[in-house]
Design a protein around this ligand. Structure first.
Ligand code: SF4
Length: 323
């Protein structure tokens, strides 16, 4: 069944992002960070995006927000083409939470100023009292105290700094948030608190997330659907349940084999798949299927012909000649 258009918040079509690298006089090469991404994100859902470091997932998230300009392809927000428009009206609706909270907060500003700045830029309060009330409300929403408004970021733990980053994102009443590895810089003990908080916010405000992570165990519980990315290309996408039950791409199987299992008996009986070789350079990706240099099932066809990203079961997409 085709998707009802009103269900879709974000649509990307054949999105591509290359970064030029100058290697000398008249010698420019390109890092092909994202190649031909086509997918939708439905209103109110969380789409998880996983893959090794450097696979292009952060670039894809930032390109959707137009923090990076796309090289090719199209981005739609509620079916409006925003690929080339002035983003000012969309900046409020589309926010980002960064991986490293300490680096993303200005150390010279108090927490109140950081959160208040977002309110001011988008003129979301009519007077000082309303602004103060809104800052208090936001801090409470992310589990911080009102007194925290007068303190500086360095006075907080990593988890609290990430809460400040979330309060700043929420200050402008967004609809869509790119969560760019929001817990990978945090202690394991705090990670689940932040994930739970993001889930609560989603339920209360009806947010839509693109949740980026480098391993599948993190995205499993928060995501309705998951996309798997390898060397700039989305190789598989399905509902979270389907992806875990019926992974089809050899690379997804590799990532799944690395997910820790709490049951020691199951864990012992499981075969961890170790990929041979290094991830190739995105400046010079392999021909045909980009995974062919590391795939255990590679054939001659894989080396020459790029597999199409096809829907092989309802809402289950995969790019592999063997499937
Ligand atoms: Fe492996 Fe070929 Fe499938 Fe690529 S297309 S994942 S190389 S089997």
């Amino acid at each position: 069944m085709p998707e009802a258009k009103s269900d879709i918040l974000i649509r990307v079509e054949n999105l591509q992002k290359y970064f030029p690298i100058k290697l000398g006089f008249m010698n420019v090469q390109y890092v092909r960070a994202v190649e031909g991404a086509t997918f939708v994100i439905k209103k109110g859902e969380t789409l998880g995006l996983v893959g090794e470091s450097g696979c292009g997932k952060t670039t894809l998230g930032r390109t959707i927000l137009r923090l990076y300009e796309p090289t090719k392809g199209k981005i739609f927000y509620e079916e409006k083409d925003i690929t080339n428009v002035n983003m000012l009206p969309y900046r409020r609706k589309m926010q980002i939470i960064f991986q490293d909270p300490s680096a993303s907060l200005d150390p010279r500003m108090t927490v109140g100023e950081i959160v208040g700045e977002a309110i001011d830029i988008h003129k979301l309060s009519s007077n000082g009292k309303e602004r103060q009330e809104r800052i208090k409300e936001l801090l409470a929403q992310v589990g911080l105290n009102t007194e925290h408004a007068n303190r500086y970021p360095h006075e907080f733990s990593g988890g609290q700094q990430q809460r400040i980053g979330i309060a700043r994102a929420l200050a402008v009443k967004p609809e869509f948030i790119v969560c760019d590895e929001p817990i990978s810089a945090l202690d394991v003990s705090i990670q689940s608190q932040i994930v739970n908080m993001l889930e609560d916010m989603q339920e209360q405000i009806g947010l839509t997330y693109l949740f980026i992570a480098h391993d599948l165990s993190v995205v499993r519980h928060i995501s309705n659907r998951i996309g798997v990315m390898y060397l700039g290309v989305i190789v598989e996408m399905a509902s979270s349940t389907e992806l875990y039950k019926n992974p089809l791409h050899p690379y997804t199987n590799t990532l799944l084999s690395a997910v820790p299992v709490p049951d020691p008996v199951v864990s012992r009986s499981r075969n961890r798949i170790i990929l041979e070789g290094e991830i190739p350079s995105p400046m010079n990706p392999p021909s045909g299927c980009r995974f062919h240099t590391r795939c255990p099932y590679v054939t001659e066809r894989c080396k020459q012909e790029e597999p199409a990203f096809r829907e092989v079961a309802p809402e289950h997409f995969v790019a592999c000649h063997l499937v």
